[in-house]
Design a protein around this ligand. Sequence first.
Ligand SMILES: [Zn+2]
Length: 106
Amino acid sequence: MALVLDIPFARLANRGNEIGKRCMKIGASGQVCGRETEGEGELCAVHGRWSDVEKQTGFPFPDDAMAVQEILARTTALVAMNIIFPEKAQVVIELCRLMMRNLRRM
Ligand SMILES: [Zn+2]
């Protein structure tokens, strides 16, 4: 008597579609995001929400230490060029300190 194996290939193929498209945003450290994209867009929810901030400020999404470093470097340049007051830079520095603390907990 022969043994019949029924392997559900169709379900495996559909599972691939459920996973969906991946965000290809490259972070400050060169790592690809890889989160699932939101809706019909090319970016994940996090990078989609941050894209307007990045266009206006040049600040990358702070998802790693290199991104936080870049935010601090850009802030330093803005102070040096008298585009922002040092008081505003101090707020950015404090927020970056908080972000780094959060990143270490992730
Ligand atoms: Zn992303």
